[in-house]
Design a protein around this ligand. Structure first.
Ligand SMILES: Cc1cc2nc3c(=O)[nH]c(=O)nc-3n(C[C@H](O)[C@H](O)[C@H](O)COP(=O)(O)OP(=O)(O)OC[C@H]3O[C@@H](n4cnc5c(N)ncnc54)[C@H](O)[C@@H]3O)c2cc1C
Length: 458
């Protein structure tokens, strides 16, 4: 039987944690961080390492790693969390290239800290393969490689069908791009390990404590207020739940399924010895990994957005999404047509109106935030942590010069426009994928091009 929800499959082995004590009455701190996902915990980590004397309080509604950080696909990827073209509008091509270099270096930074702090998160730096498996995806694959190189990612390679299938036995593969700057992780192990490490450094973490409102120098909760010189918001996909933030970032849903353990005979057929992350080039793209215990975890968009910016209940996802992900899995790996799916779940990530992430600290009000990583948050949160550290400490560094720092973004449209727009966009992408599979021609469907234009994502 498929378990649905329970936060995510990644908690099955360690078990869901017993929450730390909640806030009981008002307290003071130098820095208050709202949200104990990767953004909040990396920020606490780097601040405390830079200045051990800082008094830092993290306030978390449920438990550290309850959000996307404990539910994601485990792609520690250097992909930019935003459109290079848009970042270049303010910082030019050199600014985007600097951001890309910083992201590439972030992969090794995360791996290095995990090793130094004794966090075992099943990390394997095997790179990432994005596979074209329908003729219309081949030109997009080439465009993607050309564009990555043009924006400074020189290390991306183009593989032909035979080279691709040698790495992963996808019978329909027509080619792939390979980027070495990517590692597989087990997200819950990384986020839980990080929470332990920051606590050992002396950071206070209050769990089961919802913040209702953030105002300058205060994070307000039903059980008391945390007063601090700086209050940093690290709530990504849940941000709309805070007073005054309903239209800041759209909570975009993403879902995953995980198979049973696959036997040796199946792995002999599939290969995948390098544990590369696996993605494709469909408009409603999928993301997958071979897990440390030899399953396949595969994710995709599912129901993209719930009216009024609602979020799921403890990761419970829709039956139709589970069916669609299973179909996507079998399309890539027909030998898995009878495989059992053991777990399904979902979560939310934050999407700003211009699809570009931001990291901000306002020295006047002491308010700051980072997020809106548009599905590329696992590594970017680490860069965010180091960037918020420098901004809080008032240091002008290479990180504070990067194009995503201090950006202003307009808000999302009010409902029902928000709901209609997002649902229509993803419906169009789904139709475009179906049309491209049915036609088998090497051209991107006009429906997808129109949806790209309306969404203004690139
Ligand atoms: C299903 C899924 C798959 C994904 N796959 C990938 C991937 O493979 N690679 C990748 O790069 N990115 C991926 N992402 C995105 C990535 O996981 C996120 O961008 C990243 O984890 C965000 O980290 P965060 O700390 O900012 O937010 P979160 O991890 O969501 O943490 C926010 C925390 O704030 C808490 N919180 C919320 N509201 C309040 C409140 N009012 N008061 C107190 N606390 C509050 C929440 O409980 C939560 O613990 C995925 C996202 C999802 C949902």
């Amino acid at each position: 039987m498929t378990v649905n929800g329970d936060v995510s499959f990644w908690y099955r082995e360690p078990g869901l944690p017993t929450p730390r004590p909640a806030l009981a009455g008002s307290v003071e701190a130098d820095v208050c961080i709202v949200g104990a996902g990767f953004t909040g915990l990396w920020t606490a980590y780097y601040l405390k390492k830079a200045d051990p004397g800082l008094d830092i309080a993290v306030v978390e509604r449920r438990f550290a790693g309850f959000g996307a950080s404990g539910r994601n696909g485990g792609w520690l990827t250097a992909a930019l969390a935003g459109s290079p073209r848009r970042f270049a509008e303010t910082h030019g091509r050199p600014g985007v290239q600097a951001l890309q270099q910083a992201m590439n270096a972030t992969i090794d930074e995360v791996i290095g800290v995990a090793a130094a702090e004794g966090i075992d998160a099943d990390i394997v730096k095997g790179g990432i393969l994005r596979v074209a498996h329908v003729p219309s995806q081949v030109p997009r694959l080439r465009e993607g490689v050309d564009s990555a190189r043009a924006w400074g990612d020189e290390d991306v390679e183009l593989l032909d069908a035979a080279q691709t299938r040698k790495r992963i036995g996808i019978p329909a593969a027509l080619g792939a791009s390979f980027n070495p700057h990517c590692a597989r992780i087990q997200p819950a192990k990384l986020v839980q390990g990080l929470a332990r490490v920051v606590e050992e450094l002396g950071v206070r973490i209050y769990e089961s404590t919802p913040v209702t409102e953030i105002v300058p120098h205060e994070a307000r909760t039903p059980s008391g207020t945390v007063r601090a010189k700086y209050v940093l918001r690290a709530t990504e996909g849940f941000t709309a739940g805070l007073n005054g933030e309903r239209r800041t970032w759209l909570p975009m849903n993403s879902s995953l399924i995980v198979t049973e353990r696959l036997p040796e005979a199946v792995w002999d057929e599939i290969g995948w010895e390098g544990r590369e992350l696996l993605g494709d080039l469909s408009h409603t793209y999928i993301y997958a990994q071979r897990t440390a215990d030899d399953r396949i975890a595969i994710g995709g968009r599912g129901v993209p957005y719930l009216f009024g910016s609602r979020t799921d209940v403890d990761g419970r996802t829709h039956a139709a999404t589970v069916r669609a992900l299973r179909q996507a899995l079998v399309r890539l790996f027909p030998m898995l047509r009878d495989v059992a799916i053991e777990h399904s779940w979902c979560g939310v990530l934050g999407v700003p109106r211009d699809w570009c992430s931001t990291a901000v600290v306002d020295q006047r009000t002491g308010l700051g935030w980072a997020g809106g990583y548009v599905g590329h948050g696992v590594a970017t949160t680490n860069l965010a942590g180091r960037t918020l550290r420098d901004l809080v400490l008032g240091a002008d560094t290479e990180l504070t010069e990067l194009p995503w720092v201090g950006r202003e973004v307009r808000r999302w449209e009010p409902e029902p426009l928000r709901w209609i727009g997002v649902r229509a966009m993803y419906a169009a992408y789904r139709v475009a994928d179906r049309v491209e599979i049915a036609r088998g021609r090497p051209a991107t469907s006009l429906i997808a091009r129109a949806a790209d234009l309306v969404a203004r994502r690139n």
